[in-house]
Design a protein around this ligand. Structure first.
Ligand code: 3SL
Length: 236
């Protein structure tokens, strides 16, 4: 039976062997939720890049929309920041465009996970798509939490617990203390996820940046149930 494990921070990735596994990259607030929203709203594909320089260069090279964030704020000089609402603005249609995006933690975590057999982006918005993909692959899954600058983030770990609950009993979700802890946290929070995650550091950070509506948006379960951002060559 395949196993599901959770890596709490990209800094811990050297302790894991990604080869042969499905890596699920998760940055609930907000990069993975924003990427899923972009694809759900008709963006053709996404180039996730680590640096702002690459974002500008790729954007120009591919004629794509550019989105960039540092420390929670939209980085100057790009079309968009890292809010999912940037892709829901009727005044700026995104359908048919490609997107190059760079964020503080999320896109960097993805770039650090490319040794995996398959890399997908997970969020609450597309849990069904990710769970279905994992089931079809029949490989071990590692949920890679983007965290915040190397540190643990509650919301990413709670997502890991939610995914573990969905994949049990077809996956072994009791093989690591990380997954057990994530399942416990999900159990604590799932009845009222929004109230539970209000305590988290990143929610407080977003609230201070007046991005609290992003928080509620990113907690919707399966609102883009068919969107599967899957890494292929150099894009999702
Ligand atoms: O760090 C990231 O990748 C971002 O998702 C952080 S923020 O939500 O835009 O602040």
């Amino acid at each position: 039976m395949p196993k599901l494990d959770i890596c709490f921070s990209p800094e811990l990735l050297p302790l894991y062997d990604l080869r042969g596994k499905v890596a699920v990259i998760v940055d609930i607030l907000r990069a993975s939720s924003t990427i899923v929203t972009a694809l759900g709203e008709g963006v053709t594909h996404v180039f996730p890049v680590a640096s702002l320089e690459e974002c500008a260069a790729y954007g120009q090279q591919h004629g794509s929309l550019t989105a960039a964030e540092r420390d929670g704020l939209a980085a100057p000089g790009f079309d968009l920041g890292n809010s999912p609402f940037g892709f829901l603005d009727a005044a700026r249609p995104v359908r048919g465009r490609s997107l190059t995006i760079s964020t503080t933690n999320g896109t960097a975590a993805l770039r650090r996970s490319l040794a995996a057999e398959a890399v997908v982006v997970g969020s609450f918005l597309n849990m069904a798509a990710v769970a279905g993909f994992a089931r079809r692959q029949q490989r071990d899954v590692l949920v890679v939490c983007a965290g915040w600058k190397g540190q643990f983030c509650l919301e990413d770990t709670v997502y890991g617990g939610a995914l573990a609950e969905r994949l049990a009993p077809d996956f072994d979700v009791h093989g690591s203390d990380a997954t057990l802890a994530a399942l416990h946290l999900w159990e604590q929070g799932k009845a009222d996820l929004s109230a539970y995650l209000l305590q988290s550091a990143h929610v407080r950070r977003l609230n201070s940046l007046e991005a609290s509506k992003d928080f509620e948006f990113c907690l919707q379960i399966d609102s883009y149930a068919d969107v599967l951002p899957l890494w292929q060559e150099d894009r999702l």
